[in-house]
Design a protein around this ligand. Structure first.
Ligand SMILES: [Zn+2]
Length: 418
């Protein structure tokens, strides 16, 4: 069989398996949560009310209902781009009124991303103003949503377009090892983004004010000293402008680390619980999780780019995915777009690996928090967070294996009690 037809069949079978697996996992989650909706699990009978338990169940079911459409839409869109000839048509149309060259290449990738974003827009709106709104989590007005969208587009264009142009240029002019140069550029760009995000990007979307609660501040300062950390400051972020969900995180590098708390978190937790949550975040630093995560992501990117470097040279890579390669001009943008579209179909089968690694790291951070603060504080903080975020206490075990970056509450609390 010729390689072009083999690739077409591989995509068709892969996509079918991908969609079937995702829908099956979704259905399992729905069945499992619905089956346990009637009663609070025994271990939480005294801490979680039936009303809260059922809200979490209904929220999970609503999200699963929407995600089912998302799965189907993604598959149809990918089919449309590839085997049904959408990308080929877009390329020909652009070539109809633009000369082949770097500008046309950039335009093709940008058009591909904008059209994809536009198709996904209705579901994303339903998510925010439908599901999140119904369960009281959405705090965004349509005006804020629009201004976020424009800011994100502007920042994305400002920071992303030069990188895209550089990568496309390297693909054409960088020789046989272009993927190595492109990788170096991507790594540097990523590090640059991480360096400027806290001071230049995040303030565009949120207000950061210094933590004013003196008692809490001296408390967490003492914890950080005990654990051997320095921070450039403690900040409160107005997360409540957009959502009632809560979080805490670190930003920045080395000595310029800042600790950021969502204002929603400050409202929900006691000072002792805040300290325990921060100790958990410190645990991620102690175990160098951020560093390890970046190393894995850079290594994966390198493998991906090497693969793309090889595929981009094969005529069957284009024809097998429904595109006629340009005979005269460059095919770099086509290769890049096809690769970005098709890889997730197959990489999803590896999702349990990365989810598992992430859950192991959460356990490590919990254990570290337990060595710095009373485990009962983290336990009660977690219970409040799971409750306030309406996270279900009874997820389907297999769904967890694929999707959960954090272990379900029951597993984390069981470990803390042990
Ligand atoms: Zn964590």
């Amino acid at each position: 069989m010729n390689p072009s037809l083999t690739l077409t069949l591989l995509l068709a079978v892969g996509l079918l398996a991908h969609v079937a697996l995702k829908l099956w996992l979704n259905a399992r989650q729905v069945r499992h949560v619905a089956a346990h909706r009637g009663a609070v699990p025994e271990a939480y009978a005294h801490t979680i009310t039936l009303a809260d338990h059922q809200k979490a169940a209904d929220y999970t079911l609503a999200k699963a209902g929407l995600s089912q459409w998302d799965i189907l839409l993604d598959a149809v869109v990918l089919l449309g781009w590839t085997l049904l000839g959408g990308l080929d048509a877009l390329n020909q149309w652009l070539l109809g009124w633009m000369a082949p060259g770097l500008v046309q290449q950039v335009a093709l990738v940008v058009a591909f991303m904008l059209i994809g974003g536009l198709i996904g827009l209705p579901l994303s709106l339903l998510q925010t103003f439908g599901v999140e709104q119904r369960f009281g989590f959405n705090k965004m007005t349509p005006a804020l949503w629009l201004s976020d969208l424009f800011k994100a587009l502007l920042v994305g264009a400002l920071l992303g377009l030069p990188l895209l142009a550089l990568v496309l240029w390297l693909m054409d002019a960088g020789g046989a090892l272009w993927w190595l140069w492109a990788w170096a550029a991507l790594v540097l760009w990523q590090l640059f983004l991480m360096a400027i995000a806290p001071n230049l990007i995040m303030p565009l979307f949120n207000k950061f004010t210094p933590l004013e609660d003196q008692a809490l501040q001296s408390r967490i300062q003492a914890l950080m000293q005990r654990a051997g950390f320095e921070a450039k400051g403690f900040f409160v972020m107005d997360g409540s402008r957009r959502s009632a969900h809560s979080n805490a995180f670190f930003t920045g590098f080395g000595a310029s680390k800042r600790v950021v708390f969502f204002d929603t978190l400050l409202k929900q937790l006691s000072p002792a619980e805040m300290e325990a949550v921060l100790a958990h975040e410190l645990g991620h630093f102690k175990h160098r999780h951020i560093f390890k995560m970046m190393a894995v992501s850079f290594a994966t990117t390198l493998v991906g780019l090497a693969l793309l470097g090889w595929l981009a040279q094969q005529a069957w890579f284009y024809t097998g995915l429904g595109v006629v390669p340009n005979m005269a001009g460059s095919n770099s943008a086509l290769a890049l777009v096809l690769f970005m579209g098709v890889v997730p179909v197959f990489s999803f089968f590896l999702a349990p690996l990365s989810s598992w690694r992430s859950r192991v790291q959460e356990f490590e951070a919990d254990a570290y928090a337990g060595s710095q603060t009373p485990p009962s504080d983290l336990a009660s903080a977690l219970l409040k967070l799971y409750q306030d975020n309406a996270s279900t206490l009874t997820p389907d075990p297999l769904f967890v294996k694929f999707y959960y970056s954090h272990p379900p509450a029951s597993e984390r609390l069981a470990r803390m009690q042990a």
